[in-house]
Design a protein. Structure first.
Length: 255
């Protein structure tokens, strides 16, 4: 049975312009769609979510690398968001197991290392692992590890059939999507990123937006990943269709 990694963008689940805001209707609809996909298509799903207006806002308010209070606040607020998402997924019958990213992850020589066995064991039990962008400790201080980087890292290590990025836009555009002349790119090579104007990130975002989302893929290139898709999670049933392999509107990223 194929394994799918899906990353739910923080801006999709929350309003990044308003601290600690949550799009409850969007979250519940997406949870329902994942539940349908779990029952009808594949039980081997790994979910990762971003920090949105919870994590990004707190990071902006603190001196992250050196402040014990900052680390504590980020851990608490990200765990709060994670539990809200866990509750929603569980309500729709998904056997989700939330993993605190900071407890599974270390930074060694500027590289992230995630302890994979608990994730694999959960998949083998037909449970759904849930991770999230988080603050991670290193030998001196701490760093933010985004949900995007976790997605790419797990993609290289676990060799899923597809990595799916559910975002707030239909895909990657040749200009800032706010520009009326912007055209969506149906297929893009990671090596062509320099030719794309991604525009500005809106709201609180300390992890870099769309360009960083894709650029991180260069670091974790692996031909074992068959498909990477960026699509609009606001569209009803798009999450279900993406997980189940239907042809939907979006940008396919060619490795």
């Amino acid at each position: 049975m194929e394994t799918i990694i899906i990353k739910l963008g923080g801006a999709l689940l929350t309003d990044k312009s308003k601290p600690f805001s949550l799009r409850h209707n969007v979250l519940n609809r997406i949870s329902k769609e994942i539940a349908h996909a779990y029952r009808k298509c594949t039980s081997r799903i790994i979910i990762i979510h971003g920090g949105g207006s919870f994590g990004h806002y707190v990071v902006e308010q603190h001196d992250v690398p050196h402040s014990c209070n900052a680390i504590n606040q980020i851990v608490l607020f990200m765990r709060e968001l994670n539990m809200i998402i866990t509750d929603s997924l569980s309500f729709f019958g998904i056997p989700v197991i939330p993993f605190d990213t900071h407890a599974l992850t270390t930074i060694e020589d500027s590289e992230i290392h995630i302890h994979l066995k608990p994730i694999v064991y959960a998949l083998n039990l037909n449970s759904v692992p849930l991770l999230y962008g988080d603050i991670v400790l290193k030998e001196s201080g701490a760093v933010i590890v985004s949900g995007d980087e976790i997605s790419w890292y797990l993609g290289r290590q676990l060799k899923p059939s597809r990595i799916l990025f559910a975002t707030t836009v239909d895909g990657v555009y040749d200009k800032d999507p706010a520009n009326p002349d912007a055209k969506m790119i149906r297929i893009i090579k990671l090596s062509d990123l320099r030719t794309v104007d991604f525009g500005k990130t809106r709201g609180f975002d300390v992890t870099g937006g769309m360009k960083t989302k894709l650029s991180l893929g260069l670091k974790y290139l692996d031909e074992g990943i068959k498909e990477v898709l960026i699509f609009n999670g606001f569209r009803e049933w798009s999450v279900y269709k993406a997980i189940c392999g239907y042809d939907i509107e979006g940008t396919k990223v060619v490795i």
